[in-house]
Write a protein that binds this ligand. Structure first.
Ligand SMILES: *Cc1c(COP(=O)(O)O)cnc(C)c1O
Length: 343
């Protein structure tokens, strides 16, 4: 028995949940990355969550859409960039749940009918592409759409960007119980968990789950957009809101949240320092598909931390592969350019 998991399990079970994905996802040894980093590396394959090319948003949507159905909603509205994995998976999950899906997307870096946006259309989502590059404009447009649908007698369930509200983050609190069980079954201990941190639900859910169980894994969030200070504050806030949502008394201190913002580059959706190199390294060492928006930045950060000696030879590091592979096809030009240089 793993310390603290029974109360976390019970808290998670008390929330409504839909089955959308396939769990547990594999926890794999990564010998090529281990050699490169000089420490043991495991990869938690949340790119294989089973729905519509997978990714971390499936865990969140199991709780979010269950709440939508419980509230009697008949449609879902959400927002993100044009290459949002969250939008693609919401569109697919809505098909399963029998809900209409409305996506209000900002054009972002690749508004072509490629990758995730192509799949949004394939899943029959109503797509509104907002011309402004400013994400707050899309959020306002989403709120207007919710009012309009309500006026038409519909019952919309609004999911904020990335599904990063307590019910969504609950998916990643549940993830902690799953991971600890896998480690326990294999008699393994992990010292660090690396993940990409964006709209914060993944990072916050993990922090909440670890706080509830008292397991001392150091979570390293590699920011894909925000500054370290802002992201750490947001993660601490949502971690505690998620614990409260689950009726758990644990607390996440802001000082326990670690974010590195050196790999953001010019901004969200734009490959930063080492991003494309990390995408290539994962492909060549492990046959893994990373993406230029999230996981490429996260692995670039993990590799740099190893170079800087922030990871010890005796540590065991888990890399959370959060998915994102469809975006690679929208970024085909950036990827092809990266292939011209030496590996
Ligand atoms: C959304 C996303 C993330 C970041 O998760 P947040 O909960 O938004 O912080 C990481 N990787 C991929 C592939 C994603 O789609």
């Amino acid at each position: 028995m793993i310390a603290g998991t029974p109360s976390l399990d019970a808290a998670v079970r008390s929330r409504p949940r839909l089955t959308l994905g396939q769990f547990p996802t594999p926890l794999e040894d990564a010998p090529g990355l281990s050699r490169r980093l000089g420490t043991r590396v495991l990869v938690k394959r949340d790119d294989l969550t089973g729905l519509a090319l997978g990714g971390n948003k499936v865990r969140k949507l199991e709780f979010l859409l269950a709440e939508a159905l419980q509230q009697g909603s008949d449609c879902v509205i959400t927002t993100g960039g044009s290459q949002s994995n969250h939008a693609r998976l919401t569109a697919a999950a809505c098909r399963r749940a029998g809900l209409d899906c409305y996506l209000v997307l900002d054009r972002g870096v690749h508004p072509e009918d490629q990758g995730n946006l192509l799949l949004d259309r394939l899943f029959g989502a109503h797509v509104d592409l907002i011309e402004s590059p400013d994400p707050t404009i899309a959020v306002e447009a989403m709120e207007r759409m919710a009012e309009q649908l309500t006026g038409e007698g519909r019952r919309p369930y609004v999911i904020p960007r990335g599904g990063s509200v307590p019910p969504g983050a609950t998916g990643y609190a549940a993830f902690v119980a799953e991971l600890l069980r896998q480690l326990d079954d294999r008699d393994l201990e992990v010292t660090h968990l690396y993940l990409a941190t964006g709209s914060t639900g993944t990072h916050s859910g993990v922090m909440a789950g670890l706080a509830a169980t008292g397991v001392p894994i150091r979570v390293e969030g590699i920011s894909v957009s925000r500054s370290r200070e802002l992201q750490e504050a947001k993660v601490a806030e949502l971690s505690n809101a998620t614990l409260h949502h689950l009726g758990l008394t644990a607390n996440v201190a802001p000082s326990a949240v670690h974010v590195d913002d050196r790999f953001v580059g010019a901004g969200y959706g734009i490959p930063g320092p080492g991003t494309m190199e990390a995408v290539r390294i994962a492909a060549l060492e492990e046959g893994l598909i990373l993406d230029p928006v999230y996981t490429g930045k996260a692995l670039a950060g993990m590799i740099e931390h190893a170079r800087e000696g922030r990871i010890d030879r005796t540590d065991t590091v888990a890399f959370l592969h959060t998915g994102g592979s469809p975006a690679l096809f929208a970024y085909h030009r950036e990827t092809a350019d990266a292939l011209k240089g030496p590996a």
